[in-house]
Write a protein that binds this ligand. Structure first.
Ligand SMILES: [Zn+2]
Length: 473
């Protein structure tokens, strides 16, 4: 900046490098080095330069570009030093005096766009999957427990006098008020935003209350508040973005089901040998999924029970999964589990075949990694069905409701012959005698099931064909 300002004031004074150099007693070439930021001048020399140019020394040393043109020159210089530009192997362009403002603006504009695209390219699906897998592994090593956020949430809800049961919407508003925010429900939020916070006017904009009393709104408001409480800044990488999202979700869950109350409830249930996600869910007025996920934070850290959690879609793909009990989750080569199909014999999928789905489904499953006890609840969104599963190793089933179930299954996955391949007779019967085309997957992380037809599960396809052929007969 100093060099830029010197060149600016020298230009205004109408002096060449040689003329100014002669006036202050150094060679013009030395002065050029200073103006180009390659050499630090002594204060005594700067004082003489300021006197010669008839500007206050403070003006010479000020920290702002002396003109719009100089600002562009500085920006060009900085952008050309970026790793993205360096990777292109192109020579740096000097913003010579002869370069027109248009040319300079155009080059800087292209650089800005290059930088923007580079930032955008970071958020590729591959990067997202890598970051997501890294985060899952880190959380597993922590038994999915973040004591600092637990403490912060506990203080926050105590601050508004919440001591039992479900956290009311009124309490959530007061939490926001204490931070200087008003909750405003609007119908025109940007489609891609869950909430928008107006820092200047102290407002948190949320979608309209379509389901009065639904836990989603309290959770979203708490998540918006969490960004402020946790001091989040604009995320620079996809990993940062995911970490922040995990933290705000964690905070919201820890407010809705505060550690002390939740652990008290679970210890009581354990004493009765009657731990049930449905009871925990109802005690705190949250969704089944939120309650099940909350158990992953608390069961190992406070009750010493290792567990797994699965949210699986109607077609059997993983949306979310967690385990610290040794259950072998389906993963792809990068270690990512989202979008992978879980075994058809697991409770998470068997539950879809039941006709009565109002209560939880219980099942023991023998796997190559041991026997697990699972409790699964199914549900439906506008788009599709899903199931929420919480399971534990056989030895810990004794603490859970449903342990007397006689449902038992054997899974040999990831051995393909377990359930991935169609039965041999169906394969013989239908291979080459049918055709199917795939639905497009909205879920960005879903890989395509690899059957004969891209995107179509050929086992399901053949079973469908067989069933219908039988009907027609
Ligand atoms: Zn299987």
């Amino acid at each position: 900046m100093l060099g830029q300002r010197m060149r600016h004031f020298r230009g205004l004074a109408g002096l060449t490098l040689e003329q100014l150099g002669a006036a202050v007693g150094i060679a013009g070439s030395q002065l050029s080095l200073i103006e180009n930021g390659r050499k630090e001048p002594r204060l005594s020399l700067l004082t003489r330069i300021a006197e010669t140019l008839e500007v206050p020394l403070a003006d010479l040393l000020a920290d702002a570009p002396p003109s719009e043109r100089a600002a562009l020159e500085i920006e060009l210089d900085q952008l050309q030093r970026s790793p993205v530009y360096a990777s292109l192997g192109l020579p740096p362009v000097r913003a010579a005096k002869t370069m027109t403002d248009e040319t300079l603006l155009s080059i800087v504009g292209l650089h800005r766009e290059l930088a923007r695209r580079e930032r955008e390219a970071i958020a590729t699906p591959e990067e997202a999957r890598r970051a997501n897998t890294g985060l899952r592994q880190r959380m597993r090593s922590l038994d999915d427990y973040l004591p600092e956020i637990e403490r912060l949430a506990e203080e926050t809800v105590r601050g508004v006098g919440h001591t039992a049961g479900a956290l009311t919407h009124r309490s959530v508003s007061r939490i926001a008020e204490r931070l200087g925010f008003e909750l405003v429900h609007v119908g025109d939020l940007p489609h891609s935003a869950r909430s928008v916070t107006d820092l200047e006017n102290g407002r948190i904009y949320l979608p309209p209350a379509s389901i009065p009393g639904g836990h989603g709104l309290r959770s979203m408001a708490l998540q918006a508040v969490a960004h402020r409480l946790l001091g989040h800044e604009e995320p620079l990488t996809y990993a940062d973005f995911l970490q922040q999202r995990l933290e705000i979700n964690y905070f919201a869950a820890a407010c809705l089901m505060p550690e002390s109350l939740a652990v008290g409830f679970l210890e009581e249930a354990k004493k009765e040998r009657d731990i049930a996600v449905e009871d925990f869910r109802d005690a705190f007025g949250v969704t089944h999924e939120a309650a099940a996920l909350r158990l992953t934070n608390l069961l190992t850290s406070h009750l010493g029970i290792r567990l797994h959690f699965l949210r699986v879609g109607g077609e059997g793909g993983v949306y979310k999964a967690y385990e610290n009990d040794g259950l072998r989750l389906p993963v792809d080569v990068t270690g990512s589990t989202e979008g992978q199909l879980v075994c058809r014999r697991w409770a998470a999928r068997v539950a879809f075949t039941r006709t009565n789905r109002t209560t939880e489904f219980y099942q023991y499953t023998d796997t190559p990694e041991g026997t697990f006890f699972d409790s699964t609840q199914t549900g439906t969104t506008r788009a599709e069905e899903f199931s929420i599963t919480v399971g534990v190793p056989f030895a810990d089933a004794k603490w859970f409701r449903g342990r007397e179930t006689t449902n038992r299954a054997t899974s040999r996955c990831p051995d393909q012959s377990c359930c991935a391949r169609p039965p041999q007779d169906l394969a013989n019967r239908w291979t080459g005698r049918a055709w199917s085309s795939a639905k497009l997957h909205a879920h960005i992380l879903s890989p395509l099931p690899s059957g004969t037809f891209p995107g179509v599960d050929d086992r399901e396809l053949y079973e469908f064909l067989e069933a219908h052929a039988a009907l027609e007969d």
